[in-house]
Design a protein around this ligand. Structure first.
Ligand code: NDP
Length: 284
């Protein structure tokens, strides 16, 4: 069994990016990459994620901005902040940290982000581009999954991929990316019957549910590749959606939690910021 090391792969992606940014700056001293995060309310997990994103920006040479708004802010005030950033030529990427506090219409607000600055790939335009075969900016977690599979040369063409979870942030875009890679993809969700029978047939299983250690050894075939996207804070610390100890005995490759898909997500966010910059400045 081989551990798919997300930390090391993310580090590699970030080092490559750092080099590209440094080279661009050398060629053009006015070159600057910038990402602004909008954080609404005081969700402690979101605060940690935002801090990690800002720290990661600094490490590769991306300028970051943080717009911190109280949970009592109105929907229009968030939209006004987004519009300001849309119109600010020095901002390449805008990320609205999710989830928003209860009561906000997330998709309405997200869709005010300029699609060319939508580094989370969640506007209808970027979703449509992905599903229409014209990908520009795709969601970071699914991109991170694909990147780590590539790093370990895991063949996808013709493989049976079974995904558990169909959210717009993870499952649906990941489905499209696997399909693009010519895998045969089955998507399972909360209404799926006989989940175990389906997952047992998979060459590759991905899970993004948010249920600690839900995928057990009896659900996976010998030699399967297992990608654990779940992040669950439990009394026993951070756990994925995979019962790692038992599943890792059957898997050929497996991502750990922490240290698997999580770090990849941040690395892909940084790389999406460069893509966003180039989209706006090179092609418009
Ligand atoms: P959502 O809650 O939006 O989606 C969960 C999905 O799981 C839904 O499609 C749901 O089905 C499905 N589901 C729920 N219960 C079951 C079940 N018993 N059997 C099969 N499917 C089930 O979550 P997200 O996609 O946003 O996140 C999922 C997990 O991934 C979370 O733990 C989150 O923290 C983590 N995550 C990790 C990231 C990373 O960087 N590593 C980034 C984003 C998320 P249905 O559609 O029918 O409701």
């Amino acid at each position: 069994m081989i551990i798919l090391d997300g930390k090391a792969t993310a580090q590699k992606v970030k080092s490559e990016l750092k080099e590209i940014i440094a080279k661009r700056k050398e060629e053009d001293p006015s070159f600057n990459l910038s990402l602004t995060v909008i954080l609404v309310g005081e969700n402690p997990a979101s605060q940690v994620y935002v801090n990690n994103k800002i720290k990661a920006c600094a490490k590769v040479g991306i300028t970051s901005g943080l717009v911190s708004l109280p949970a009592t802010v109105s929907e229009q005030e968030i939209i006004d902040e987004i519009e300001k950033l849309n119109n600010d030529d020095s901002v390449d990427g805008i990320l609205l940290q999710l989830p928003l506090p209860k009561g906000f219409n997330e998709s309405k607000i997200i869709n005010h982000i300029s699609p060319l600055k939508d580094v989370d790939g969640l506007t209808y335009i970027q979703q449509g581009r992905l599903y229409g075969g014209k990908k520009q900016l795709a969601p970071c977690t699914p991109m991170g999954v694909m990147r780590i599979l590539k790093e370990y040369n895991i063949e996808l063409e013709g493989k049976n991929v079974v995904m558990i979870g169909r959210s717009i942030l993870v499952g649906k875009p990941l489905f499209e990316l696997f399909l693009d890679a010519n895998a045969t993809v089955t998507v399972c969700h909360s209404r799926t019957k006989n989940l175990k029978e389906i997952t047992q047939k998979a060459n590759i299983v991905t899970i993004a549910v948010g249920s600690p250690e839900m995928l057990t050894a009896d659900m996976v075939a010998d030699g399967a590749v297992v990608i654990d996207i779940g992040i669950n804070r439990t009394e026993n610390g951070l756990k994925g959606d995979v019962a790692f100890d038992e599943v890792s005995k059957k898997a050929s490759y497996i991502t750990p939690v922490p240290g698997g898909v999580g770090p990849m997500t941040i690395a892909m966010l940084l790389s999406n910021t460069l893509i966003a910059h180039d989209l706006r400045t090179k092609n418009g």
